[in-house]
Design a protein around this ligand. Sequence first.
Ligand SMILES: Cc1cc2nc3c(=O)[nH]c(=O)nc-3n(C[C@H](O)[C@H](O)[C@H](O)COP(=O)(O)OP(=O)(O)OC[C@H]3O[C@@H](n4cnc5c(N)ncnc54)[C@H](O)[C@@H]3O)c2cc1C
Length: 388
Amino acid sequence: MLFRELSEEQRQIVATIRDFVERDVKPIASEYEHQDRYPFHLVDKMKDLGLFGAIIPETYGGLGLDYTTYAMIVEEICKGWMSVSGILNTHLIMCYVVAHFGTEEQKRRFLPAMARGEKRGGLALTEPEAGSDVASLRTTATRQGDVYVVNGTKMFITNGRHGNAFALLAKTDTQVKPQHRGISCFIVEKGAPGFTVSKDIRKLGYKGLDTCEMIFESFPVPADNLVGGAEGQGFKHVMSGLEVGRINIAARGVGVAQAALEAAVRYAQQRKTFGKPICEHQAVQLMLADMATKVEAARLLTYSAAAKKDRGERCDLEAGMAKLFASEISLQVSFDAMRIHGGYGYTDEFPVERHYRDAPLLIIGEGTNEIQRVVIARQLIQRYKLAD
Ligand SMILES: Cc1cc2nc3c(=O)[nH]c(=O)nc-3n(C[C@H](O)[C@H](O)[C@H](O)COP(=O)(O)OP(=O)(O)OC[C@H]3O[C@@H](n4cnc5c(N)ncnc54)[C@H](O)[C@@H]3O)c2cc1C
């Protein structure tokens, strides 16, 4: 890290997380990832560290951290193993949605248990036929007395197997235009019949973490679980939560890229060719310099977006830029780290192959980078609108 002012509290938190990652995450990451094995014991440690309540206000039992500190935590975790940050990300986006848009009763019912990690959350937006175009989702929630009856299929849901509560988007009005005005957000909990986790999806990377398909068949959700108690607000609520998600993805990109960079710098000093360490070959030096510059630029964009969110300002443009840039450079830097490792980089002996398999998800998740560019451009045009 070249530049960053940390408060004393942030310094202590980062040191604690770094210690957790060095001691508990790094030693098992490769083995667990290759076996696609869920790290239950790390979940317990993260509960002890209070991470499930990282951004939940203290009044509701959380740590009440700002988004900058949260980004630092994510960066540190991803230097060890990106999948571990996935256990927290959608859980905390759901917490954000409840904390900002839920009724007081919903906050009291869900947030303390979520902060303790007893209730483990996720976000159920994507469907087999609706990913980028979230507003075209087909899941419906129909009011019948005190419940809404939910029908539909959700796809790619992180924490789907091991989580037990989800912020689910469903249509309460299928006729209204534009479509997003008919979308509502519900807190759905496992337990009753009609909610099935139907498939665990196998992936290129980001292994050891559950990504699932879910089916809802006449599943009754108490009307009290409609977030904020008002229909038609769900799309807006979740889009606001995705600003936190995009800061999270950007911080992951920085963490993965930093890990790949550090591995490359280390290896380049150990590996000798033509009678000298490869770090003395100019071609390798140029790669290292470009990698380090990209990582630092991504870091600055990420913390700048997080700081804006901390100030309570709208930051979809900045979070979008940070997510776009950090995810793209994460793939580039992990690929360059692999090149610097030569043939060994292509084996499972070194972690760079894992970084290279993890990084592409950052380009796809929380809105693909094509969608990020659309969001960025739309905001730019609004901010620099020509006078009529
Ligand atoms: C491992 C993993 C975990 C995930 N976790 C979750 C989760 O927890 N919860 C959840 O709800 N979802 C989750 N997702 C889903 C993820 O958010 C979607 O995959 C993503 O939003 C893209 O949607 P799609 O896959 O339907 O692609 P599509 O929307 O079909 O896009 C296909 C391609 O077309 C491009 N494209 C689409 N529309 C446009 C446009 N208007 N302009 C330009 N290009 C466009 C896209 O950029 C992409 O390149 C996860 C996905 C993965 C892989």
